[in-house]
Ligand binder design. Structure first.
Ligand SMILES: O=C(O)C1=C[C@@H](OP(=O)(O)O)[C@@H](O)[C@H](O)C1
Ligand SMILES: C=C(OP(=O)(O)O)C(=O)O
Length: 443
């Protein structure tokens, strides 16, 4: 794994009286990894501007390299540009490879689907936690259609072996209530299956994290493939559509990464402005600002920037956060500064991400003095009178580290306190420079 920033075993954050400044966001993880795979499957070379440079994108780039897809970085002082030169559109040059997936859901789920449909002799494995993150619904959907995927450890989980099957189905169905990434994976490979017939994908039961499907459909369109959609229950790709490179494509700033800075502005004065996402964003996590506004913060927005500032004491919130599972973690921390008990509902997917995030969040919030009630799919946070200084464990979860940095901030309702964040280098999953960016707005 690439770990560009040499972080110590822990980082100590002193109490911060005021947050203010401008942050240029790193590229979106969700957009970066989708674009890399689409570019690898497309006809023509793609120039990807402002690609995220982090562990999750390194996993995708390394895998593409092992699959024989050529890419090279363009040296430049600002941003990160990568050229992807696909082998032959719709296949990978190497028919066998052993691929390390780290803990990147946005790499393993779509790559599994692509390799299974193309066929070959592939193994996919990751860090221990990756082997506890479900993939069974995707494997079942693909194997029912004719692919040859085997779970070589526990049934329903990586590691996987992918052999050579033959797609015989024209209709696939997939469960959507554990992760939307399974549907995203099937959608991304549907054009590879739809050679002679249309391919339809039916969603069985509830679909969670819907805005991520919108990102998928949007980027597929940018690569020349349209998907007919019947609500959230059925998706059809007509035959004969082939991914075509758009030439140059730009990666937006990461809206989930934006949430930490916007919350800082909402808690501790502000204004804090993030650059790289705004009104024009295709990421569902920009809707995080609606929750901050509901809590009483003042938000202003341009096409490509968002700014947050405090407006007195934050108000407690009780809301459904199924549409923004990642940014919702930031709300759990903002709740520390609110005027009463907040409830985050419909967040069961937190339990199968980098760690069991409901349990981890409850444990660490309690260290700060909060009263926390934890349910199968909800979290209820009652703020303490005084935030206690604490040593925060991060569970190899980048968002735990980034979220808890915010508890060092002084809010209108109560003062933040010194925080020791253990294993801060875990932020490298999506935001290697996070703590430097946080220090720059902490006054
Ligand atoms: O498709 C994506 O890019 C993602 C989908 C979400 O996962 P789930 O669909 O599993 O909730 C999100 O939590 C993850 O960080 C990125
Ligand atoms: C859930 C996350 O990651 P992944 O893409 O590995 O699912 C996340 O970044 O919060």
């Amino acid at each position: 794994m690439t770990q560009q920033t040499p972080y110590p075993h822990h980082i100590d954050l002193q109490p911060v009286a005021h947050a203010e400044g401008v942050v240029r966001l790193p590229g979106s993880k969700s957009i970066s990894n989708r674009i890399l795979l689409l570019a690898a499957l497309a006809q023509g070379e793609t120039r990807v501007v402002d690609l995220l440079a982090s562990d999750d994108t390194a996993v995708m780039l390394d895998s593409l390299h092992k699959l024989g897809v050529q890419w090279h970085e363009q040296p430049q002082t600002d941003g990160h540009t990568v050229h992807v030169v696909p082998g032959a559109a719709g296949v990978f040059p190497n028919a066998s490879a052993d691929l390390f997936m780290g803990n990147a859901g946005t790499a393993i789920r779509p790559l599994t689907a692509a390799l299974a449909v193309i066929g070959g002799d592939y193994t996919l494995h990751g860090v221990p936690r990756m082997h506890e993150r479900p993939i069974g619904d995707l494997v079942d959907a693909l194997n029912a259609a004719g692919t040859a995927i085997t779970c070589t450890g526990n049934p329903g989980y990586p590691p996987l072996h992918i052999g050579r099957g033959k797609i015989h189905a024209q209709r696939l169905s997939v469960r959507g209530n554990v992760s939307s990434q399974f549907l995203t994976a099937l959608l991304m490979v549907a054009p590879l299956m739809a050679r002679e017939h249309a391919i339809s994908i039916d969603v069985v039961g509830e679909l969670i994290s819907k805005p991520y499907i919108e990102i998928t459909l949007n980027l597929m369109r940018r690569f020349g493939v349209t998907v007919a959609q019947d609500g959230w229950s059925s998706f059809t790709v007509q035959p004969g559509q082939q991914y075509q490179s758009p030439g140059t494509i730009h990666v937006e700033g990461d809206a989930s990464s934006a949430s930490y800075f916007l919350a800082a502005g909402a808690i501790a004065g502000g204004p804090v402005r993030v650059e790289g996402v705004g009104r024009d964003s295709i990421q569902g996590d920009v809707r995080f600002v609606a929750a901050l506004e509901q809590m009483g913060a003042t938000i202003t927005m341009g096409d490509n920037w968002i700014e947050a500032r405090s407006n007195g004491v934050l108000k407690a919130i009780d809301a459904d956060f199924n549409h923004i599972p990642d940014a919702a973690m930031t709300i759990a921390i903002a709740a520390l500064y609110a005027d009463g008990t907040s409830t985050l509902r419909n967040i069961a997917s937190w339990r199968v991400k980098e760690t069991d995030r409901i349990a981890a969040m409850a444990t660490e919030l309690r260290k700060l003095g909060a009263v926390v009630e934890e349910g199968a799919d909800y979290l209820r946070v009652t703020p303490p009178a005084v935030i206690t200084a604490a040593t925060i464990d991060t569970y190899d979860d980048h968002r735990m580290a980034m979220c808890f940095s915010l508890a060092s901030l002084d809010g209108a309702a109560r003062k933040g306190n010194a925080m020791r964040i253990n294993d801060p280098k875990c932020v490298a999953k999506t935001f290697p420079e996070y703590f430097a960016a946080f220090a720059a707005i902490a006054r």
